[in-house]
Design a protein around this ligand. Structure first.
Ligand SMILES: *Cc1c(COP(=O)(O)O)cnc(C)c1O
Length: 374
């Protein structure tokens, strides 16, 4: 981790996004998805900010993340949404986390562990309403509910499902998933005598699927300032817009002058066509600035775009500053975010990486030193 490399997370941007989403969600609560270290933004920092802003719950992938939230003093409900395994159930009960159960296989162990603690374990059912990844199919719902109801140590508190295509506006798939979820919610409400709660929407569900908010919306990417459908989503959105919260920067460590015809770095992937000034940056694929960005990405120096030239290596990247006379060692270089009037967004980097903003954010945020700013 080079001392020049730094990921800044803007508190103001996170709070702005939270409030904007809160307005869109109306009476539905917000479950802040803080899995994967809050998409690289720092799980604990984000959790404290969102808790203060009035979050209804948190969502994590596994029990360890939930336990870390409790350790940090987070009191709100925490949903463990992916990959609950029998080995986790003790921790889930001890820390007061909410398991999301995809089938009946876990229930005997959950009941046994709850009984041993003198508790009734509250759980949510994961329904496969069309995601095709995890969860009980609508056909199997009634049987699963019966197993839960027959056990005095288990209580069903609600049900969730997940959209596979909510990043597509007006998708007929989302309409089908919503209808399947509504149907299953009616079934569950009839079977349970106790009140239960429902959540379905992710960011795309909130932004692009009418009527999908139910009791809570589970938001990840929108809280971190990006649209699930990338630049198109931002271009199509009515202001106020979401604000990217992450900025990734480094500094030039050296500027070299080389003649025309010089091959740069591994495999000489770039050969200079003119006498060139090449700046060396102490960042590489080990810092999440992936090799696929070689000869493809741009960075900001003095508020201007300059191209990455040659192969990105493990800890070094070269950029062509021939047209930027003033560039010198020590100058700030922005890889992601704003500098002056220019901006490089995670959507743009994702396009260079042939992926989505989520992946770029996770990589940069998890692999570099992070500071909260604003
Ligand atoms: C990650 C996740 C979300 C959040 O998705 P975004 O597109 O980032 O809003 C919602 N629900 C589940 C189950 C998830 O795993």
């Amino acid at each position: 981790m080079h001392p020049f490399n730094r990921v800044e997370i803007s508190r103001q941007a996170l709070i702005h996004n939270f409030r904007l989403c809160q307005q869109l969600a109306g009476n539905s609560g917000i479950m802040a998805m803080v899995k994967a270290d809050a998409y690289g933004h720092g799980m604990l920092d984000c959790a404290h900010l969102f808790a203060e802003a009035g979050v209804a719950a948190f969502g994590v992938a596994d029990a360890t993340e939930g336990a870390a939230l409790r350790e940090a003093g987070i009191k709100a409900p925490v949903f463990v949404l992916a990959g609950v395994v029998p080995q986790d159930l003790g921790l889930i009960l001890d820390r007061g986390l909410t398991p999301v159960v995809p089938d009946a296989a876990l229930l005997p162990v959950l009941a046994e562990q709850a009984k041993a603690r003198g508790l009734v374990a509250g759980l949510f059912i994961k329904l496969d309403a069309g995601m095709g990844r995890q969860g009980v199919l609508p056909d199997g719902l009634a049987d699963l509910v019966r197993v839960i109801q027959d056990c005095p140590y288990l209580r069903c508190d609600g049900m969730m499902a997940h959209f596979p295509m909510s990043d597509v506006r007006d998708s007929s798939n989302s309409a089908q998933v919503l209808a399947a979820f509504r149907g299953a919610a009616d079934v569950l409400t009839r079977l349970l005598r106790s009140p239960c709660r429902f959540h379905l929407a992710n960011s795309g569900g909130l932004l692009y699927v009418a009527g999908a908010c139910f009791d809570m919306v589970r938001l990840g990417i929108s809280l971190y300032g990006y649209y699930p459908d990338g630049e198109a989503g931002r271009a199509g959105a009515a202001p106020p817009l979401l604000r990217p919260a992450m900025r990734f920067s480094t500094r030039i460590i050296q500027v070299r002058c080389v003649p025309a015809g010089t091959g740069l770095g591994y495999n000489h992937l770039f050969v200079t066509s003119r006498p060139s000034r090449i700046a060396v940056l102490p960042v590489g694929y080990a810092d999440g600035y992936l090799r696929v960005l070689s000869n493809r990405a741009e960075v900001l120096i003095h508020g201007r775009r300059v191209p990455v030239v040659g192969r990105i290596s493990m800890n070094l990247t070269l950029v062509d500053v021939t047209d930027l006379d003033a560039a010198q060692a020590g100058d700030e270089v922005v890889l992601l975010g704003c500098q002056g009037k220019e901006e490089i967004s995670a959507d743009e980097i994702a396009a260079w990486m042939e992926t989505i903003s989520y992946e770029a954010l996770c990589l940069f945020g998890k692999l570099n030193r992070r500071v909260l700013v604003d």
